[in-house]
Design a protein around this ligand. Sequence first.
Ligand code: SAH
Length: 396
Amino acid sequence: MSAQLILAPGKERSLLRRHPWIFAGSVERLAGRARPGDTVEVVAGKHVLAKAAWSPESQIRARVWSFDPDEIIDNAFFKRRVAAAVARRGVLPRLTLQQGLRLIHAESDGLPGVIADKYGDTVVVQFTSAGAEKWREAIADALMQATGCKRIYERSDSDVRGLEGLESRTGWLRGEAPAGEVVIAEHGVRMAVDIVAGHKTGFYLDQRDNRALLGELSAGKRVLNCFCYTGGFSLQALAGGAASVLSLDSSQPALDRAAANLALNPQLPADRAEWRCANVFDELRRLKAGGEMFDRIVLDPPKFAPSASHAERAARAYKDINLLGFKLLAPGGLLMTYSCSGGIGLELFQKIVAGAALDSGREARIIQRLQGAADHPVDLAFPEGEYLKGLLVQVS
Ligand code: SAH
């Protein structure tokens, strides 16, 4: 018999709304014995409400696998969940065409602690919770079966593993390294994905639609791409006919990758691209002092506020770069500005951007709200799964 996690009185409310996390403060006690990652029954009063993965080291003491108390959590369960997640990517026809695609988005696909991205016939997987760790072999088998891919690389090297008491682990989980590098085409642009050393699983798939949008907005324009990483936005701007694209990042290896990605696309005008290694906060000031102007500016910074406790400092950083962005826009120019901070909601982000516009003295309107791509679904009961928020803002 599996152990039972007995909820403290009144602590079942979020569970009844199908929120999948059980925090330490909601646990009265564990009846029976469970090792990290073991499946436990979640009990309120006399009722079993869910089956969850036990994680004694984490503040999130358990993550729900199933809200059906009778569902058996075994290899077949993961086969069903993985197949359902992969099938979900087939709902929107435009997604099925993508060579780079998120296949599993953790809680939002009913698989807490599991991220899986597909790049051509290679899948990169990341396990970030004790429960996911326990079932990694079953999940790997299910992924091979559901996708027909040739190989799976594991990138379980996210910092959050430490919170779950897990060591970091990377390497080939199924199959062997491909002969060359992993390359995907995104909207007709070839991009190499560094699955071994790149950020997260190697590529920011969530910005796919937004990169295409920048392409549509770039013909004949002077584009500034801040925090360019491996050049995703920059290359779409070039493909869209930009007059010039200046790309900034503080990481020289990222910029080298970006330049190499440009070289993978001989159809693009390389002479219109400049890659500059710089701190965006400083470089925007230098550009302003030099009297530079741009028609399109992208601000896609790293997570300034991983959680709500960092929100205040992060808000200042967002305000700073957005203020400088507004100042650098030519009349009628567009700012494409993002936050991927879990600790800052859309409403707050919009306030910060509004404050920046006000202080810059520019009149500004939101042309479009921007989101993550459709292969990053959001569970209605788990809004935390929506990281990316963005605004397309035009100045007068
Ligand atoms: N827009 C990219 C993803 C950006 S990731 C894409 O579509 O793929 C964030 C990038 O910001 C990283 O490459 C990181 O090196 C860079 N970065 C972080 N802090 C920075 C700073 N202060 N100045 C410049 N670049 C920075």
